[in-house]
Design a protein around this ligand. Structure first.
Ligand code: 0X9
Ligand code: ZN
Length: 433
């Protein structure tokens, strides 16, 4: 469990050396660097079972952020940080790389042994799959057609039968992709397929906004802002995760990598610091960064969306789990260089931590990982960018599949931060005043 005392200890032990002189992380809009890629993947032998099915649940000794980052760089997808150790998903090859990097393995066991949960079973029927999400988005538009509209920011397989990535918009003076002069804010979910609560939260918060639009506070906020909700950035992965007779523990999208493995980690595929630490060059790994920055239709769609909305000041990407409020940088242990912005980030993180009970921290205090959405949207575009790790706190409380009861409580916990960010979207820096 990522508890407060643990993080107090972690903060003391953080190494701040790794990217100190990297201009990508200096808080300014730096020119893009061409970073030499890590060693090219070896050609793997044809597997008997798919690489995804060979994944392991591993526990490794790791006392500090530097060691956690070494595990992430080796290709271990870290899911839990506990005192002195981490746990997560790994291929056998990534585990061998972690061992070679000096990490001590405390335990490892096949994923198939550990997770046998049935797939959106009756008890989880409250969760929305892709079709149900689209139906809910349409229903929200139907409740408030004067301010709400729905448009696709792109397809997962452009020109083919992929899923649309839908954006719901709540704006008093513009519909669909048309420009607005109101300050813009975007809430995104499901970069990672198995993180189903990260779809539910923005989806149901959108419904709640519309249902409460006559409430004076909500009415004031909606009248002055341009709000976008994109609950399913990775619909292909999300659909796969709930297909068949069991959950698949899918993190990535559904790209066929050509070596028998499937998927790119979309939150390692953005073009700020891409190719650096904490992301894997090996296709079978859960944190595979992809062949190039923005190689994926999903990240290309988000990029095109963000770059077409010049009014965006704020962005929040929901993930699960661990109950954290995270802000840039994630790809560097350095704090952002803009002191005024850093102060605003810290004030807002503390405030949203109080609202939710989640723990606020710089992303890289968890582990350094390059190529995530929020480093890019902050670094490239100066958009105040957040990652929330939602409920629960640990794998033992349900991990990625915490059950239907978690939906309402997590939506409730995230209502005040949503309003807070919408309010501050005219100028997030005023939080520091
Ligand atoms: O690793 C991620 O992409 C996010 N955690 S998750 O368990 N949902 O996969 C955290 C992203 C925070 N960013 C960095 N640490 N760079
Ligand atoms: Zn995630």
């Amino acid at each position: 469990m990522r508890s407060l005392p643990l993080f107090a200890a972690l903060l003391l032990s953080i190494s701040r050396a790794s990217a100190a002189s990297d201009p990508r992380f200096d808080g300014q809009k730096a020119d893009k660097l061409s970073t030499p890629a890590l060693a090219a993947p070896e050609a793997p032998a044809a597997p008997q079972t798919s690489p995804d099915e060979q994944r392991l649940w591993v526990v490794l000794a790791a006392a500090d952020s530097r060691t956690r980052t070494a595990a992430a760089t080796a290709g271990v997808s870290i899911e839990e940080v506990r005192p002195g150790r981490i746990a997560g998903f790994s291929t056998p090859a990534a585990l061998a790389r972690a061992k070679a990097a000096g990490l001590k393995v405390l335990s490892s066991e096949p994923l198939s042994k550990r997770f046998s949960a049935k797939d959106f079973p009756a008890k989880d029927a409250a969760y929305h799959n892709f079709a149900e999400t689209v139906a809910e988005l349409k229903a929200i538009v139907g409740k408030a057609p004067d301010i709400a509209s729905l448009f696709s920011i792109g397809k997962t397989s452009p020109g083919r039968d992929g899923h649309d990535i839908w954006a719901l918009r709540l704006c008093p003076d513009a519909k669909g992709p048309a420009a607005s002069k109101k300050p813009g804010i975007a809430f995104m979910g499901m970069h990672h397929a198995r993180e189903h609560l990260s779809n539910e939260v923005p989806l149901l918060l959108a419904r709640r906004l519309v249902e409460n639009r006559r409430d004076p506070e909500v009415a004031r906020l909606l009248a002055g802002r341009d709000v976008y909700i994109i609950p399913m950035v990775n619909p292909d992965g999300g659909e796969y995760d709930v297909s068949g007779d069991r959950y698949h523990m899918q993190r990535k999208n559904m790209r066929q990598n050509g070596d028998g493995s499937v998927g790119v980690d979309l939150n390692r595929n953005y073009g700020w610091g891409w190719g650096g630490e904490g992301a894997s060059p090996y296709p079978a790994d859960d944190t595979y960064r992809g062949p190039d920055a923005f190689s994926e239709p999903e990240t290309q769609a988000v990029k095109a969306f963000v770059e077409s909305k010049k009014n965006l000041t704020t962005l929040l990407s929901y993930h699960t789990f661990s109950e954290l409020v995270l802000y840039p940088w994630g790809g560097s242990s350095e704090p952002i260089a803009d002191k005024n912005a850093l102060k605003a980030y810290r004030v807002m993180a503390e405030e949203m931590g109080r609202m939710t009970g989640y723990t606020p921290m710089q992303s890289s205090d968890l582990y350094v990982a390059t190529g995530d959405l929020t480093d890019w949207s902050w670094g490239e575009h100066g958009i105040f960018s957040w990652t929330f790790e939602l409920t629960p706190k640990s794998m033992w409380e349900g991990g990625f599949y915490p059950g239907a009861a978690a939906i309402a409580t997590t939506v409730q916990a995230n209502w005040r931060p949503l309003l807070y960010l919408i309010d501050l979207a005219d100028n997030p820096r005023r939080a520091a005043n």
